[in-house]
Design a protein around this ligand. Structure first.
Ligand SMILES: NC(=O)c1ccc[n+]([C@@H]2O[C@H](COP(=O)([O-])OP(=O)(O)OC[C@H]3O[C@@H](n4cnc5c(N)ncnc54)[C@H](OP(=O)(O)O)[C@@H]3O)[C@@H](O)[C@H]2O)c1
Length: 273
């Protein structure tokens, strides 16, 4: 998915699985001159700047948005360095479970007279293909322009939704942030079940992956409820009904899906400390 809105310039701190996925999308969408701090990448196309640490940034570089995509446990050291360099900054954090209050506290304790504005985003890795899903929450002091900058960055790599409370970001984490892993697990399990039913591994793998892709495309393209799409595949007394009788037993998928999401949301809360 691309956007017609001009993207803001960024400083990306942390270019691993999530930061790298977003960067690939942004580069494909015409990112203005930006900088990336990364110890693993060899190159970045011009006019962007790739440096191994914050101290190596050109002194004059002033991004519209600083994107924080390091592990939550690494954030404090990064924020302390950023605070000494950027007194006024829009910081877009994609870190699970780090609250705006805790990020702001570290920033303002590291350097006096700072006025950072934090916006939290919870993206997912399909962002690398422009098919990401991001939930966003802005602190009350964020300006419309700061929100627009962050929204355009995340829309460049997929869809966005804004939530009303910061707590809801943890729920976004449990659904769409972690969600691709649930789908990949289903692909693994379907492939394994296909092998158990006598199919060659490669055939089972193709069937599982293509089925998830096709069903995903239907969910994406059609306005029809998921339940209606499911019923359309389910003839009374047929094969699908037999399988769904197992999956939809109250102690099977309905319970385990709710429990799994609740566990992810709880963990996001624990990480917030
Ligand atoms: N993965 C997902 O699906 C996903 C989804 C939503 C949100 N997130 C969030 O995204 C964040 C990153 O997760 P990830 O899965 O991308 O982790 P990751 O693959 O480990 O990436 C983190 C990157 O940050 C780098 N880094 C650490 N300290 C740094 C510093 N001081 N300066 C510059 N770079 C530094 C790491 O480099 P080193 O290896 O050299 O330390 C690594 O390349 C997490 O906070 C997570 O909550 C992830």
């Amino acid at each position: 998915m691309s956007t017609s809105t001009r993207l803001p310039s960024i400083l990306l701190v942390g270019c691993g699985k999530m930061g790298g996925a977003m960067l690939d999308g942004w580069l494909a969408c015409g990112l203005p001159p930006s900088a990336v701090i990364d110890r693993h990448r060899d190159t970045l196309p011009a006019p962007h700047v790739l440096v191994p640490s914050l101290g190596d940034l050109p002194a004059s570089f002033q991004p519209d948005v600083i994107v924080l995509a390091v592990k939550p446990q690494k954030a404090d050291a990064v924020l302390e360095t950023l605070a000494r360099r950027f007194a006024r900054a829009t910081l877009l954090s994609v870190m699970a479970g780090r609250s705006i209050a805790s990020l702001s506290r570290v920033y303002s304790q590291a350097a006096t007279d700072t006025a950072p504005v934090f916006i939290r985003a919870m993206p997912n890795t399909p962002s690398t293909l422009g098919a990401g899903m991001t939930g966003l929450y802005a602190s009350p002091d964020a300006t419309p322009e700061q929100k627009q900058h962050c929204d355009s960055l995340m829309r460049a790599v997929g869809q966005t939704v804004w939530v009303d409370t910061e707590q809801q970001i943890d729920a976004v984490t449990g659904i769409s942030g972690s969600g691709p892993a649930y789908v990949f697990l289903l692909a693994e399990l379907l492939e394994k079940a296909g092998v158990e039913q006598g199919l060659p591994q490669a055939t089972a793998r193709t069937l599982a992956r293509a089925t998830l892709y096709g069903a995903g495309q239907m969910l994406h393209s059609l306005p029809t409820d998921a339940a209606e799409l499911r019923r359309n595949v389910t003839s009374p007394g047929g094969t699908t009904a037999e399988a769904l009788g197992v999956l939809m037993a109250s102690d099977a998928w309905p319970a385990s899906t709710s429990q799994a999401v609740a566990a992810a949301v709880r963990r996001a809360g624990e990480l917030a400390g």
